[in-house]
Design a binder for this molecule. Sequence first.
Ligand SMILES: Nc1ncnc2c1ncn2[C@@H]1O[C@H](COP(=O)(O)OP(=O)(O)OP(=O)(O)O)[C@@H](O)[C@H]1O
Ligand SMILES: [Mg+2]
Length: 393
Amino acid sequence: MRIIIYTGKGGVGKTSVSAATARRLAKMGYRTLLMSTDSAHSLGDSLGVDIPADVYNLDKNLDVLEIDIIHEMRTRWSDISDYITSFLTSQGLGDITAEEMAIIPGMEMIAALFYVLQFKENDDYDVIVMDTAPTGETLRLLSFPDISNWYIDRFYSMFKRLMSLARYTVSKIIDLPIPNKKVIASIDEMKDKMLEVRDILEDPATTIRLVLNPERMVINETMRTYTYTCLYNKTVECLIVNKIYPREELKSDYFKERLEAQDKYMEEIDHAFSPLKIFNAYQMSTELRGPEKLDMLADMLFGDSDPSEVYETESPMKFESEGDIDKLIVKMPFVKKDMIEMFRSDNDVLIIKVGSHKKTITLPLTLKDAEVLGAELNNEVLTISLKRKNVAK
Ligand SMILES: Nc1ncnc2c1ncn2[C@@H]1O[C@H](COP(=O)(O)OP(=O)(O)OP(=O)(O)O)[C@@H](O)[C@H]1O
Ligand SMILES: [Mg+2]
């Protein structure tokens, strides 16, 4: 199953591009799901229809799903959320606040991924197009393998311990609600699903497309996102440059400066993100809303090509051996030396930190206990050299 995730800064056109792509794919005969994880849903607005809370068949081959996390917590995850809510209420929080608190940030994404899992198991779709909230949330999604590790290793075992404690002792002493079998089963299920979700995210058929506009602040944020996606070892497959002012149509002096700046930015995008494939769409003169306009957008972007194609497959992170030295090579676009920090934790874990984002890399078994010889950054590629521990003494 192909999964295309569109991300980018607020307002650049993620929702429109996602809807346009999904409509095109459905028309081409792919069983398509257009899914939104942005809690401020706007797929309905973009498509010009009202979308109910569950999977909704909009057109031939085209279903739509807007994840509503409160609905999810009340239905699919009601056991866990009721427990957390009653736990928080027992701690003195009011009902409503407790219900809100039971929602962990990023839950929309996790809920969306659980759906994806189910669709994959049932072979419901050929392609899922994901429209996301502005950048931050997608980065959270990409760090999911790390986060789920954390959940599974620490949170989960701690939670289980706490629960057994509550079951046998604490509940008698202080008044804590006791998690019942259903809650525990729910948590076990969540844990298993997290592991499966990780595989989906790491699948090369799941790719990221960055949507941007030819504007300074948007380009800057897109560069940062590109850096972080590389750090999370996720392939950015192409760029979608949207809302380009059409030079031919805007000849008056009023737009002169704007167009000149735009030319400069277009060149910069080309240069900075090369060799990524770039698709362009012009700013339309009318409101971009409803099926016809979306189809015009898809035509502008993809011409006659198939938008489900995977345009880039090389992953940003790889291991190579050179003699008895092993190298971890990480593509690090737009990064300067002093922006990178590296840590070693345990014997087989390397942590690379860039800005506020960090990637935990578990070294392959052969490199457990390996000595880090050094790291260098050349042409936006970080190379970490490791020497295997000499076992034959
Ligand atoms: N090529 C275009 N021509 C004209 N209008 C456009 C174009 N692309 C997007 N728009 C308009 O820009 C606005 C923002 O687009 P859209 O909702 O798709 O962006 P978004 O990135 O999903 O925003 P958000 O971050 O708020 O979710 C909408 O009103 C949309 O109709
Ligand atoms: Mg949107």
